[in-house]
Design a protein around this ligand. Sequence first.
Ligand code: NAD
Length: 376
Amino acid sequence: MIIGILKETGTENRVAILPAEVVALKKMGIDVLVEINAGERAFSSDIDYLKAGARTAERKAVINESEMLLSINPPVEDDINSFREGQILCSVLNPSVNHTWLEKARLHGLSVLALDLIPRTTRAQSMDILSSMATVSGYKAVLEAASLLPRFFPMFMSASGTIKPSRVLILGAGVAGLQAIAIARKLGAIVEVFDVRSAVKEEVKSLGGKFIEVEGAKEDIAAGGYAVEQTEDFKNKQQELIQQRSIASDVVIATAQIPGRKAPVLLLKETVYSMKPGSVIIDLAASTGGNCELTENGKNIIVNGVNIIGKSDYPSDMPSDASKMFGCNIINLLKIMVDKDAKLILNMQDDIINGTTAVHGKEYVSQRVKQMLNIK
Ligand code: NAD
C-alpha cells in the first residue's frame, strides 16, 4: 500500500508525517510518497524523507499513486476531481466549516476520515489528535502570555525588593487548560480556574490550581465528557465571578468550548475595561467565536491597555513537535486499519473507524457528522 503525504497550503507550518514516522510506516509494510517540500516548514527536508525510506514527487503524482492521502488540513483547495473514486483522504476536517467540500467529496465517492472526530475513548487515546494539539496550545499560550506581560510570573525576593507573583486565570480546564495550569505553575504564577464540569476539580487541584466553583452548573453524561450549554441564571452568576477574578488577574487564558457550538462568552467588554493595563488575554477559542466579547480571530488587539490575542492555531507555531505528535496519533490509528500484509481495511464495525469516517461509499457514516450537518 502507498500512503501519500500532502504539502499544506496557506499559513500552516505542520506536516502530517515527519521522517521519523516514515520509518515506523515502512516497518508496517507501507510505502510513503511525500509531496516535494512538504516538510520544509516543519524543518524536515526532502533529503531527510528520502533517507527515512520515503519517495518524493510532485503533488499530481502523489495524488495519482496513493491509496490514502494524509494531511493536517483537508486539501480543500484542490479540485475534488483530481482524486480517484474510492481514494481515502485523512485529515482534521472541521465538518461544519467544510460542509460543501465534504458533500462534493461524498458525491465523488471519496472516503474521508476526520481526525477531529476520533472518539474520546480510552482505546482511542493514543490517536487523539485534538488532545495532542490542545497540549501544544496550552503550553504555547502560557509562554506567549509570559513574554507579553510587563511583569515576572514568579515571585522574586531580591536586594531590589520583593516582586509579587503574577496571577493567571484559566477559563476551561480541558486538555489545553490543564496544560496551561501546569506550565503557569511551573513558571511560578498563582493560578485560578473556572470550568463547568465538576470532574476536573481534582485534576486542577493536583496541578496546583485553585478551582473556583459556581453553583448550579448543568452537566450531561450523554455529552461524553464534554461541556453543555448552561442556563441563563448560571451564566450570569459565572460572569459576575469571572469579572471579579479577572480584575485581580494579570493573565487570562481562555479555552472554554462546547463541541459543535459557538464558544461561550465568558469575558465581557466591561470586564476587559476594568482589568489592569498591561494584562494579557489569550483566547484559544477565537476560531469558534472567542470566550472574550472583544476577541478578533487571528488578531492581536489592545483595548484599554489590555492585550487580547485571538489565536487558535498555536500548533502551527511549534511545527516540529506538533507534527511529531500528529504523526504518532495517525500511526496509532493506522495500526487498527492495516492488516499484517499491509492491506488497508475500513472496518465499519469498529467504533473508532465508524466514528471517524465522515463519508464512505457515497454515504455519510459518522453519527456526529450527521448530527452536526443535520443529516437524517
Ligand atoms: P473542549 O476543548 O471541548 O473544552 C475545553 C474546556 O472548556 C472543557 O473542560 C469544558 O468543560 C470547558 N467549558 C465549556 N464551557 C464552559 C463554560 N461555560 N465555563 C467554563 N468552562 C467551560 O474540551 P477538551 O479539552 O477537548 O476535553 C474535554 C473532555 O473530553 C476532557 O476533559 C475529557 O473528559 C474528555 N477527553 C477524553 C479523552 C479520552 O478519553 N481519549 C481525551 C481527551 C479528552
